[in-house]
Design a protein around this ligand. Structure first.
Ligand code: GLN
Length: 245
């Protein structure tokens, strides 16, 4: 009698353990894919990745009770990382575009941005219309890259990092660079003799990329973003990095 009781107890606890093992492991991290070469949205400060996107993602992770993990990779690998589930979200000053929407979903936009043209001071290029037939530096796989490809007779030089495109402008290897406005401002401040054309090339919106099949996370992110907007936190984060002119 006593022995059968013990056997029962052992079997019961084994079953409890087996069930616990089968239960899906609860997710505790939010993995963000980015390319930390894009100040003020994401860049390295020592061994930390900081910037507007890093702070927005941190605020979302806090709201969802998850630990934020940032994975730094080439910009043109981010969509694939999100699609494959290697990362949960892509946050990289990423412009919402039709092409990308074929592969991932985007959250509601969290900011408006622009593509601008950087030239050498005193350049004959004074408006985007003057780019016809010119040599244009861009960052590979960005919307700047796509727009440059549409300019008549232009030669497009593609770089892995935006600042490498700017360096090649400095060295007169290209005539102009098409890149997002805020990084452009940072790069122009860091390099003497460069200027941003007044006329923006395009106006765009940045949003967070999420895998097509992860609509639950997409809804959670949109809800968090709405809270951040309502509380003024989103504006506070952006204002910390971008000073009003
Ligand atoms: N906004 C541009 C794009 O989405 C560039 C982004 C980036 O270089 N991080 O293509």
């Amino acid at each position: 009698m006593k022995i059968s009781k013990i056997i029962c107890a052992v079997l019961a606890s084994a079953m409890v353990l087996a069930f616990a093992g089968c239960a899906e492991k609860e997710k505790t991290t939010l993995i963000m894919a980015t390319n930390a070469e894009f100040p003020p949205y994401e860049y390295r400060e020592g061994d930390q990745i900081v910037g507007i996107d890093a702070e927005i993602a941190q605020a979302i992770a806090d709201d969802l009770g998850l630990e934020l993990v940032i994975e730094d990779m080439a910009f043109d690998s981010i969509i694939a990382a999100v699609q494959s589930g290697k990362a949960d979200i892509g946050v990289a000053g990423m412009t919402v575009s039709e092409d990308r929407l074929a592969n991932v979903n985007f959250s509601n936009p969290y900011t408006t941005a622009a593509q601008v043209v950087i030239v050498k001071e005193g350049s004959a290029i004074t408006s985007p219309a003057d780019l016809v037939g010119k040599k244009i530096g861009v960052q590979l796989g960005t919307t700047g890259d796509i727009f440059a490809g549409d300019i008549e007779n232009a030669t497009v030089e593609r770089f892995n990092k935006g600042f490498e495109a700017v360096q090649s402008l400095n060295q007169d290897k290209v005539d102009a660079v098409i890149i997002d406005r805020e990084p452009a401002k940072v790069f122009v401040t860091q390099n003497e003799g460069l200027a941003i054309l007044d006329e923006a090339y395009t106006i765009e919106e940045y949003a967070i990329a999420v895998a097509k099949d992860n609509t639950e996370l997409l809804d959670q992110i949109n809800a968090s973003l709405a809270k951040l907007e309502e509380s003024g936190k989103l504006e506070e984060i952006i204002g910390k990095y971008i000073k009003a002119e």
